[in-house]
Design a protein around this ligand. Structure first.
Ligand code: CMP
Length: 187
C-alpha cells in the first residue's frame, strides 16, 4: 500500500470518528458525557508497578535440597528470578544483614542459623514483587502461615522458616545492594 493510500485511509477513519462524535454530542448529550467519562484516562485502573525484591532461601531449605521446589513456587506466583547466587555467609554477613534485629533476643541464634549452611540469595522481579513475594512466603511463623504458602509447606520453625523476603521498597533496595552488583542483575 502506498503512503498516500495509508494517509487517505487514516484521514477517512479520523473523519468517521469525528462525525460519530459530533452526532452523539448533538443528538444524545447524555450518552456523549458517559462516553467521554469512560475514556477519561484518570478513570482507567493504574498499571501495577514493576518492582524488585530480595529473597533468601535459608540453610534449612538448602540442607533438605528443596531450593527448586521453593523457586518453582515463586515463579508460579509470577515472580522472575533476575539474579541468583548460592553462598555460605560469614558471621559478619549475617550480622550486617540482620543488623535491624541486633537488639532482639533471637539475634545471636538467628546469625548462628544463617551461617550454619549455604543460602541462596536472589533478586525477584514482577508486578508488586515485594507484596507478592511476602504473600507467597506466608507468615514469618509457619504455624500462622496460610495454606499453600512456602512457609506453611516447607518451614521447620520460626527460626528455620526456609525463606526471607524484603518487607518494603526501601529495605529491598538496601538488601539487594548488600548482596548484588547492578551487573549481576539481568532482567
Ligand atoms: P526473616 O523474615 O528472615 O526476618 C528475621 C528472622 O528472624 C525471621 O525471618 C525469623 O526467621 C527469625 N526469628 C527468630 N525468632 C523470631 C521471633 N521471635 N520473631 C520474629 N522473627 C524471628
Amino acid at each position: 500500500m502506498t503512503f498516500k493510500r495509508v494517509r487517505h485511509q487514516l484521514y477517512r477513519q479520523w473523519r468517521t470518528l469525528l462525525l460519530e462524535d459530533n452526532a452523539i454530542r448533538r443528538y444524545n448529550p447524555a450518552k456523549f458525557k458517559s462516553l467521554t467519562f469512560s475514556i477519561n484516562f484518570k478513570e482507567r485502573p493504574k498499571p501495577m508497578a514493576i518492582q524488585r525484591t530480595f529473597s533468601i532461601i535459608k540453610p534449612d531449605a538448602t540442607r533438605r535440597n528443596i531450593t527448586g521446589k521453593i523457586i518453582a513456587k515463586l515463579e508460579d506466583a509470577g515472580l522472575r528470578v533476575v539474579a541468583s547466587k548460592r553462598v555460605k555467609w560469614e558471621k559478619a554477613d549475617a550480622e550486617k544483614f540482620y543488623a535491624v534485629h541486633a537488639e532482639r533476643p533471637f539475634f545471636n541464634d538467628l546469625v548462628a542459623f544463617m551461617t550454619s549452611g549455604p543460602v541462596v540469595l536472589q533478586v525477584l522481579e514482577g508486578e508488586n514483587a515485594i507484596a507478592l513475594n511476602r504473600e507467597t512466603m506466608g507468615a514469618t511463623n509457619p504455624e500462622e502461615a496460610a495454606e499453600g504458602t512456602i512457609r506453611k509447606e516447607f518451614a521447620e520453625s520460626l527460626e528455620a522458616n526456609s525463606v526471607h523476603g524484603s518487607d518494603s521498597e526501601e529495605n529491598a533496595a538496601i538488601e539487594i545492594a548488600q548482596c548484588f552488583t547492578e551487573a549481576e542483575i539481568v532482567g
